[in-house]
Design a protein around this ligand. Sequence first.
Ligand code: G3H
Ligand code: 13P
Ligand code: ZN
Length: 314
Amino acid sequence: MTYKDFGLVNTRAMFADAIKRGYAVPAFNFYNMETLQAICRATTDTHSPVILAVSESAMKYMTPDMLMGMIRGMGFTPGNVALHLDHGGSFEACEKAIKMGFSSVMIDGSKLPLDENIALARRVAEYAHQFDVTVEAELGTLSGIEDENTFSDVSHYTNPADVVRFVRESGIDSLAIAIGTSHGAYKRKNDNEELRFDILAEIARELPEFPLVLHGASSIPQHLVKTINELGGALKDARGIPADQLRRAVSMNICKINVDSDSRLAFTAALRKSFADNPENFDPRKYLTAARENITENCIAEIRDIMNSENKAM
Ligand code: G3H
Ligand code: 13P
Ligand code: ZN
């Protein structure tokens, strides 16, 4: 089976269109049936293309067979859905995903020295391209959250001087860059912090028309944080990337925006609310329906307010 048998596409045409028409394709992470259904409902209702992102740990959680069974069960019509390995940690992880039916992979060698990062990305790209699978790699490392509640002060912004060589020598199809975003729900110590648009501008100048990717780009909607905290949660000082900064990044060649934490918040807020409002309920389908709907609502809001990808499905 190849990804085409699942009605999936690689990211090449998606990114070309996104750059041409000034939007970002959302990459939403999923890890179970409800999150997958929620994301797909949001993107079909808004006629938006989508990249369904699966981390290695999410793949382990679902198991490869269940994951691909769910993908088959969605019954995609070809054109607007890519299945993407998020943060692949090795050549072997990318190879396995491609054999399973993924249409796009990320090889994350961002913690390696530059030459090793390039060599690893090239090896994955040479393999993936034989199957018409597209490849993302990362240059620079995102600060923050290896531990959800602490800020790491270590941040290595992408050096614009390296990007042309990296892309040319590796042969990758898109590049994730570090300009001040970070994974998780604690992205900024205060509201004044800005992304490094100066670095983004230089990279975009060096790589005109080349697809750039923003990880760690959840906006951490405060109404979701508030609901969680009011109902017993403890997400103190959770802060994301403001929508206006994300929109500005989209106007500067960022054509894939990765969102995971926001969906986790939508899921968690809906569960807490459902438990609080219906203490007598013990049918998981009821609270999981609420969770699914809340994720859909949040994805639709982000497709409209941040990605500008509504009605861009081909
Ligand atoms: O960028 C990382 C994603 O949010 C996936 O996280 O490994 O906990 O599934 P995970
Ligand atoms: P967030 O934690 O900001 O949602 O980032 C997700 C991500 O980058 C997945 O690769
Ligand atoms: Zn990421």
